[in-house]
Structures are given as C-alpha cells and as structure tokens.
Design a protein around this ligand. Sequence first.
Ligand SMILES: Cc1cc2nc3c(=O)[nH]c(=O)nc-3n(C[C@H](O)[C@H](O)[C@H](O)COP(=O)(O)OP(=O)(O)OC[C@H]3O[C@@H](n4cnc5c(N)ncnc54)[C@H](O)[C@@H]3O)c2cc1C
Ligand code: SF4
Length: 512
Amino acid sequence: MDNRYDIIIIGTGAGGGTLAYALKDSGLKVLILERGDNLPQEPENWSARATFTEKRYKAKEKWYDEQGKPFAPGVNYYVGGNTKVYGAVMFRLRKEDFKEIEHEGGRISPAWPISYDDLEPYYARAEELYLVHGKTGEDSTDPPRSSPFPFPAVSHEPTIETLSVSLKKQGLHPSHLPMAVDLREGGRCIRCKTCDGFPCKVHAKGDADVCCVQPALKSSNVTMMTNAYARRILTDESGSKAKAVEYERDGKIHTVGADTIVVSCGAVNSAALLLRSANGKHPEGLANQSGLVGRNYMMHINTGLVALRHKENTTIFQKTLTINDFYFGTRDFPYPMGNLQMLGKLQGPMMKDAKPFVPDIILNGVAKRSVDWFVMTEDLPHAENRVTLTKDGQIQVSWKPNNTVAHKKLIEEAKKMMRHAGYPIVVAQPMGGIETNSHQCGTICFGNDPDTSVLDQFCRSHTVKNLYVVDASFFPSSAAVNPALTIAAQALRVADHMLQKKSMPASDEVYV
Ligand SMILES: Cc1cc2nc3c(=O)[nH]c(=O)nc-3n(C[C@H](O)[C@H](O)[C@H](O)COP(=O)(O)OP(=O)(O)OC[C@H]3O[C@@H](n4cnc5c(N)ncnc54)[C@H](O)[C@@H]3O)c2cc1C
Ligand code: SF4
C-alpha cells in the first residue's frame, strides 16, 4: 500500500460510501479506511433470533451515559456502515425542514445553511443510486421534484391495501413509503419479511456497500482497507492542515497521509474522532474552535405501535405505507408532530428485548395478528445533548429526549386512526432509549458562521481547510423523516464541490 493519497475517507456508510462512489472516476487516488469487515452473506442474515435476540451484527462495544453507566449502542461496524441493516426507507426532508420552524413549547428547529432547492438535484441522483421506489402526488408534504421517482412504488399487500383505503376514508393521505430495494425488472429483491434491521442475504437492499462501495472499488484509483480503526487525525505544526490518519490494524499502529481527509464515521464516532485528535493547536479537539464538536446530538423520538385485531395479518413485506398528515401539526395542535411509517413485519423474537418476560408463544401470536408502525418525532438540538470522551478516552453520550409533548400527541393520533380502521387494541412501545440511536445525527453541524457551526455548507471545516466531515454529523436539525437519503445527497453535493475545486487554478488553499 502507498503511504500518500489525494483523499482518505474514514468510514463507508451513507456518507463515506456515497462520497467514495462519487469520486471513483475523478482520477484522484482515494483510500477508504473502514473499522469493520465485509458483512458475510449467510443464513443468519435472515434469522430474527440471530439478528435481534443474539445481536449477531451489532457492535460489541460499550458507550457510557451521562452518569457513566455503560450501554450497548445500536451501531453496526461493517462495510456499508449502518445501511447494511437499515430499514431502506429513503425519504427526502420536507422543504420546510430546511427553514427555522417553531415547535411546541416555543422550541426552535434551526434553519439549514442551504435550501431544499440546493439539495434537490442531489436527492434525485441519490434516489437513482440507491434504487429508491416511490410514488408522487399522494403526500401533500412532499417537496417539489425535478423528476419522478426513478422506480415505481412498492405495492401494498392486501391487508395494507385495505388499511390504506380505510385511512383515506378518514380523510387522511396514506402514501407509498419510498423504499430502496431492488424490485426493478429482474432485480434481486424477493420481498421477504426480514428486511428492517436485518442484512439482506441476496444483496438486494439499496445499501452503501452494494450501491456505492462495491462499484467504487472497481476503479483502480480507489483502495479500501477493512479492519482499520482510525484513532486520530494528525495535523501539521501550524495546526491549519490535516496531514495524516493514525489507525490501528491487527493490533499495530500505522499512519497514512493525504491532501484531504474526510471523516465519515457516523455522528457519534466522527465527533469522538475529532475530540481524540486534540493537539497543542487544537486543545479542545480538532476543528473545535467553536466548542460545538459533539454538541447538539440528536436521534429522533421513536415509538413502536402495534395495532391488533382478531384477523391474521398475512403481510410479508409490510414497509409500503406512510402518513404525513400530522407532520406539521393539526388544527388542535398547530406544531410539528412527525411521521408515521410501517415497520418491517414484526416477529416474536423481535419483541423479546422490549417484553423479556412474555412467553414466546404469546409474542408469536401477537406478531401474527399485528399491523406495526414506527412513530417518529423530531428531536430538537440541545447543546447539553452531546458526545464527549471519558477520562480514559471512551465514548460518553449525554442525551435527554425533548419534544415529548408533540410525540405523545402523534401517538394519540395514530392510536385513534388505527381504532377507526378496525383495530381495537393499539399498544405503544417506546423505542427511544439512549441505546436506540439508529438515526443519530448532529454533533458537527454545518452553517455559515464559524462561531455557531463547525463545518461550512460543503461540510468542510471552517478552520482546518482540508478536513471534511461527510456523514449524519452535519445536520443542524433532525427533521422527522429518516436521514440516510439526505446524508447521501449531501455527500454527492460535497463530491461535486471537491471536483470543482480540483479543476480550478491552483490557489493557496490546500485541499482538493
Ligand atoms: C436498524 C437500523 C435501521 C435504520 N433504518 C433506516 C431507514 O429505514 N432509513 C434511513 O434513512 N435510515 C435508517 N437508519 C439510519 C441510517 O442507517 C443512518 O442514518 C446512516 O447509515 C448514517 O450514515 P453515516 O454515514 O452517518 O454513518 P454509518 O452508516 O454509521 O457509517 C459510519 C461508518 O464508519 C465506520 N467507522 C466508525 N468509526 C470508525 C473509525 N474510528 N475508523 C474507521 N471506521 C469507522 C463504521 O464502521 C461505518 O462503516 C437505520 C439505522 C439502523 C441501525
Ligand atoms: S425485502 Fe428484498 S431487499 Fe429486503 S432483505 Fe428481503 S430480499 Fe433483501
């Protein structure tokens, strides 16, 4: 392996993987460092017991809460990052999410430094890349599009179709959930029941590994090193330029240099890496002059909703329906509440964590009859919700949920809606503990003002000009839809920016 590259990308999730793809034909020499390995294609991929009960693919790692109590974070270290097990819902943020919005209690969701229109062309490209299937014209909160979805919506199975009709009769606007699964003509997806939270055994899920990293590695300019854990980023003596990454592999410490270094480790690990990289010129952590690295950590307020009736739910692939009628509030509650979307079809073992004392036979009976929803409300940024390091360098996360009044209202609306649809029993199960951090974001936010943000609008550090952070860290607000498409779209936008810089006449700024 060479010891000098044009670009090093650390991490291969929705951010890093997409960026590697976008740079593959640029002629730049790219090295990808990934702490995980390739996720094996094996029978356990689709076993609820192996994946949910035994947590086969979850990182064997402990983080610490504010009180120093250890917890097992919901993260997965593989090529493709968390997209290997994600639920494949690929929403665009709503146009309004890019602007300041007042929430219940006078709390503010801040504006982004870019508008929806800035990201729209990249949303379109990201949908194409990740094979997003969807339908326009059903959801009045959908932002305007320059082109239709690249692939038609995933159809409802009979139980969900009947539910959709019933919800329409209630005056709601059920719409097809935008899904990144390969149901194209001749595609590999078999519409199985083990998609949400499982790896795809046949590589039919639109994840960052299959859609981005594997194609990127076909380029002779892109090299990937797996099982390579980035410990620190080193700067030159002036502290104004990142010059190398110190990483650990097979128990040995190595360094590798590049003109540009991109951190894409996910919101918590990216913040931790910058904090670990503190040096004499950056005593509070690399690129942390604003003191904001690690702050404003967000992860959505989530609840699982199980609606039951006597008749069995025979649906196999349930993730086809979503409701955004409550997204911006109602006449009675004029504040944003969030999104409702179907969960992957629940199976008994998937409920075991939440209900450890309920016998399997009952859990399996419930799962046979239930229609299952994911209820999601925006988590608002708060400076004290943050990532820090313990004295011995371990990850510590301080997080208290906020926006809980809006979330309760949304749960009430969802329960009412399902009772009217003929499901007399509707049970809500909170999914919002500190360890349920699948939608983690914030921590290294982008903005125009170096005093109130860490990165500029192209995810480049305001102070270390050849350092980028391209993953969920840049979000100034979390909105209330799933984050991965926005992360991927911004990665494509950052790549365009880097390539434009490359084609410009040499300047005194040292970066791509
Ligand atoms: C169960 C589950 C379901 C989800 N469902 C959805 C969904 O339906 N829709 C949606 O939009 N989002 C979903 N998400 C969230 C989505 O997966 C994430 O938002 C997205 O993957 C984040 O991208 P990222 O680039 O920020 O980080 P990640 O995808 O987390 O990638 C970070 C990468 O960095 C690597 N890494 C970390 N630290 C280091 C280090 N020090 N050195 C080297 N490498 C490192 C990791 O191994 C990983 O590959 C889900 C997540 C989970 C866990
Ligand atoms: S539903 Fe399709 S994409 Fe999802 S795991 Fe099954 S085969 Fe893979």
